[in-house]
Write a protein that binds this ligand. Sequence first.
Ligand code: DGL
Length: 291
Amino acid sequence: MVTDNISEVSDATASSTTQTHSIVFLDSGIGGLPYLAYAKERMPEIKFHYLADNAGFPYGNKPPSQVKDILHDRVRRLRARFLPDALVIACNTASQIGLHSLRAAHPGFTIVGTVPAVKPAALQTKTGVIGVLATERTVDDPYLDDLIARYASDVEVVKLPAQELVDFVENRLFVANLEERIEAVVPYVRIFLERSADEIVLACTHFLHLETEIGIAIQRLNGENVDIVDSRLGVVNRVHELMQSLGFLSTKDCPKPNAETGEFLLTGDPPFDPRYSLWAQRFGQNPPQRL
Ligand code: DGL
């Protein structure tokens, strides 16, 4: 049942040792899937649903107020339909734009956001230069400047907007061959290497799908000792910590069975592009259905 009334879900976070707990992941598209994969590995007893908001895609070049409205709509509908215990915004852009207001609109409901991994990159750099590859919105957002001021004030940060690369990942990854995928990332990697960056922060979740290709591009351009950094570990660790504190995860004394397969949701009109069935299958979710 899809409803806008969230009052009926107010008890959804009640702890229980027997019931299956669920978490919904949200992104504008397929970007959050690598985060989902790692979360499933770490918390097999949790049921994970995934929303690829293809009707809202892309978030990164829309006015923030529009993205905020979209996010509030999606989160209301997801809560009403699945009564999840938590939500993970597996999207940097959406987290920057909507995390505060979503938390304010859903008091008591656990919402975890995604933050560009600037802090670990700044700690690791040897050259004193880090590269940040992100959406147009993330590059422009004061949030990123605050993050840099807090954790990377003593290093140089090269910020590159790569909105067309988001589009490439969402729409062309399955049809592009390896060479085309490498070509798509080379211009960005070249700029980072020319500026002596030795840490490349994937500050848009879509780019995790191009991690291998970025690695190959670094080698081809003779980059040495360059790390590719993302926030997967930090986000999933945080979710794990919260689920554990709520008593939703197994303990040695009380092992829980693996959860059933979760849904893969889309917001556009069916029939859905067949590539989404492949993504759902590849990441172990049920075939796509409409939110
Ligand atoms: N995957 C998203 C991010 O991490 C945004 C992509 C988009 O919709 O522009 O920022």
